[in-house]
Write a new protein. Sequence first.
Length: 621
Amino acid sequence: MSGSSAASFVDPVDLNVESRGQKKSVGRFWHLVVRSTRLVCRAGFALFIALVTLQIAAAATLALQVVVVERLLNAILALGSGDSPSALVVPVLLLAALTATNALVGTLRGNLGRYLAEAVARRTWAEVLNISTGVSLRHFESPAFYDRLQRVQTSAPTRPFQVTQALLNVLGGLAASLGVGAILVGIHPLLLPLLLLSGIPLLITNRRESGLEFAFNVEQTPRMRERLYLTHLLTGRDQAKEVRAFNAAGALVSRFDRLYGSYQTDLTRLLRHRSVLSLAGNVLSALFLTLALLAMVWLITQGEVTVAQAGAAVVAIRMLQGQIQMLLSGIQSMFEAGLFLHDVEEFMRIAAAGRDEEDGAAAPSTFETITTRGLRFRYPGSDAEALRGVDVQIRSGQVVALVGENGSGKTTLAKILAGLYDASEGVVLWDGTDTRTYSRRDLRTRIAVIFQDFVRYAFTAEENIAIGGDLRSIQPERVHAAACRAGAGGFIERLPHGYHTRLSRMFKGGRDLSGGQWQRVAIARAFYRDAPLMILDEPTAALDPRAESELFDSLRHVLTGRTAVFISHRFSSVRSADVIYVLDEGRVLESGSHDELMAAEGRYAELFRLQAAAYLDAESA
């Protein structure tokens, strides 16, 4: 099931073709307007209404300024006829008041718009993060998924702001254009259509620019991801020691610079294309504007427009041209943002479908037997199967060990048992019921998993343990109990702030732990979860032999009747397991207790003796 959804993530080249093939129809534009409006209203309806009101107020002040300018020019011209200069006072005061009002409205719009944009970005981020953390782990094996996720991460904080501003600019430009346009029509009906014609070339070229911008971003996504990865290598604390030990910094920086140089070359080509389009659009627009102004001069010579009306018309034309530019710029931004938001929508739609695969009935709180039948699994993009017909049985209260050489399929089997992957073929049964009928999220709450490459969170010691449960409702007494069972309580209590010490030197007052101490903290997470099934992948990899022996000797005591699946390459560590499964190249070669497998003289006995001989040779030396 997961495999089909992973495959549905399209290649960037396919997405590029898809973007070019999208119809830029009026219906699609209005769909974008409605979708954007809903997004903004969900983030802050009251703020959106306030901004719309301010946009209308700004449009009204512009229209009133044209009327006042006409009155002011009439009063100035009347001075030649002997009228009193006092007639100028009212229009001057009105013009000053309207100018101040327009400036104030602009400031308020900027402040409210900035806050609303952040509210939209916050809501969009929440949706993206909920989706990306809810999909099956299989999706993260797909490069196409990573490419799309990268574009969504880039678009989430910026494109909603662009949509918000563009939508408000369109509304404001439309309102102002209607108001000023009505006044211009009142001066003479011919002027408005001529002026509106000047916007058509810009509308065409702006839409083409938006398509070029989106295609450029799609093409650059894989290289952008590689640049981000290189910055992570060159600036990360965990990578710093190895980068320096191998003197790899120079080569990595050069590689980063080459990638950036390639990006700048492509960016130059994009900007050149956009500049040519912009120049063509603006030249044609200027020609139509010139035609409108020449028409006004002709109307004056014909006596159809007075000098005062002509002056007001010039102001109106200048204002209307600015509003049309803002309107067209807003439409361009919305088209451009629409391509990116379409990408976001597609990600959410596909990822939501993958997330739906995780849904199902409530998982049982306990089990008597877990059985796998004919498990087969292939990672996306791989030609070889990681599992090839695996059958295992785990009974409640047992300690089961999975052993084998590297690449034998141990960790893949553990991931499937943990509900992180669905098998390509075969089933996992809890008391005879296929686990795919259960909610994966619910099923995973019944399982505590610690992998060898566990995450070292830059949180407090308490939070590092409690993340095995729910960080929103930490139970300190359970944290302490889990730490003590894992042998971590002693060194945590000796930290400067005990359990409230941040376990990272990245932040002020933080402390770091040794590898073995971190391993015990990770094991404490599994104990904190208090799940009926525990899966521990190489849980003693960072422990010294004495600590490893102590952990296994106390294993049955600390598990208190729970079921445990241990993965280990140290055969001496799993001697006390109830059942040992020996895996090789994705198959189960043999199974049984330690004594049974040694008596069978098979692969387990061979590998056990090889390891034992290596230890004995080391001791002799």
